[in-house]
Each structure stands twice: as structure tokens, then as C-alpha cells.
Unconditional design. Structure first.
Length: 231
């Protein structure tokens, strides 16, 4: 994975999305002194069945901020698209393009926007919509004649876009030294994890299994994978 960049913007749909795999790479990069900010399309208000959206949203925002702090990220922004009903389209592209123009990253990191996960299991609509919109918003951000109502100078400085946990992964990041931070980042989503059952509710073994599986393909170390797109 290229590391010849200084600033990145993570664009995902929900709280916890980057923590299921990609956060180990974020921790590695912030430890190198790189600047990383997060943009979330929603506040995760529909993510816990036992909590109403009004109760859930502020709790998940708080947990995401703590999760980001565990991997060295302090800039966290939330949009107000509806959890579970995020639509690909111009409003979403506009919001992401505005964030890219504000943060001016060289690297945009998003979630898996393919139809399935590497396991073959079906992906969900919010992930697909936000990932695809993030890819398109990179070019939108650089075109001053697109979203002309945004009073922010265009930004053509994005060099790479990477999608975490894609079934079409092309690259990987060694997270041996940042694995523990990735576990702590996922553990920060305590209310969300408490509401889960099965393997995904246990951060350390779940993340270790993923990292070992990726490592077997990409060199034998603990690793997390990305589909890399170059501009």
C-alpha cells in the first residue's frame, strides 16, 4: 500500500464501519505522523434494535469519537443521512465533496462498495451507496463547475482512493504493530457490541482471525486489506 502521502479522509456510512478491519491501518498511519480525519454519513441511530433512534444516535456518536481517539484521530464529522436508508445520489456526493474540499486529503479511504464481502456474504445498501459516492465525490471535489453552491475552493489533490475489506482487494497493510490499537478502537463501541451476538461481538478474536487470513494472502503478517484505486 502506498504510504507516500501526508493526509487522509476516511468516509464511511456508520459508526463501527472502519473498526471492523481498517482501523489497524489508521493506527499505523497516525503513528507515522500522518493526519487522518473521519466523515460518517449518519449517526448510527438505527444500529441497535433495543434502543430508539433518539437514544441511540448520541450514544453511537460518543462511542465513535472514543474509537477514533484509540487510533490517533481527533477530527470526526457526522452527516445527517438516515441510517439504513442512505441513498446514492447528488446530495450524498455533494456532502462528501464538500468534506474533501475542506480537508484537502491526498488519500481517501472508504468502505467496501462491492455487492458482497470477501466471505461471499451480501453487503448492505448503506455501505455500497457511501463507498460509491465517496469514489465519485473525489472527482466532484476537483471540478469547480460541479456543486457550484459550495463556497469552498476545489481540491484536485487526492492521489489514491482505497476501499477497506473489499472482495477485490489489491493491497494490504501490515498491522502487526497496530493490532492492539485496532482492538481497542472496536471495543470503544461498547453499546453496539453488547447488542450483538456471535463472532462479531468479540473484538480480539474476530479481528485477529481477519488479520491472519489477510496475512496468509499478503505475506504472513497480521494485515488488513484494501482495494486501491489510483487517480
Amino acid at each position: 500500500m502506498p504510504e507516500d502521502w501526508a493526509s487522509a479522509l476516511v468516509v464511511v456510512a456508520h459508526p463501527d464501519d472502519m473498526e471492523y478491519g481498517g482501523a489497524g491501518a489508521i493506527a499505523r498511519w497516525t503513528a507515522q505522523g500522518k493526519k487522518v480525519a473521519y466523515l460518517l454519513a449518519c449517526r448510527g441511530e438505527a444500529g441497535i434494535d433495543s434502543l430508539s433512534p433518539q437514544e441511540c444516535a448520541p450514544l453511537r456518536v460518543e462511542e465513535q469519537i472514543a474509537s477514533c481517539a484509540a487510533v490517533g484521530v481527533t477530527e470526526v464529522e457526522f452527516l445527517d443521512h438516515a441510517d439504513g436508508m442512505i441513498e446514492y445520489g447528488l446530495p450524498l456526493r455533494r456532502d462528501i465533496a464538500a468534506a474533501i474540499r475542506r480537508h484537502r486529503p491526498e488519500f481517501v479511504i472508504t468502505g467496501n462498495f462491492r455487492e458482497t464481502w470477501p466471505s461471499g456474504n451480501l453487503n448492505m445498501a448503506d455501505h455500497i451507496a457511501v463507498g460509491r459516492a465517496a469514489v465519485d465525490a473525489v472527482r466532484d471535489a476537483g471540478n469547480r463547475w460541479v456543486f457550484r453552491d459550495l463556497d469552498i475552493e476545489p481540491w484536485n489533490g487526492v492521489r489514491y482512493v482505497a476501499a477497506a475489506s473489499s472482495p477485490m482487494a489489491t493491497h494490504a497493510v501490515d498491522i502487526t504493530g497496530s493490532f492492539d490499537a485496532s482492538v481497542e478502537s472496536l471495543r470503544a463501541h461498547k453499546a453496539y457490541l453488547d447488542a450483538l451476538s456471535g463472532d462479531m461481538a468479540e473484538p480480539e478474536p474476530f479481528l485477529r482471525g481477519m488479520a491472519e487470513a489477510v496475512g496468509q494472502r499478503f505475506g504472513g503478517v497480521l494485515a488488513t486489506s484494501f482495494e486501491l484505486l489510483r487517480l
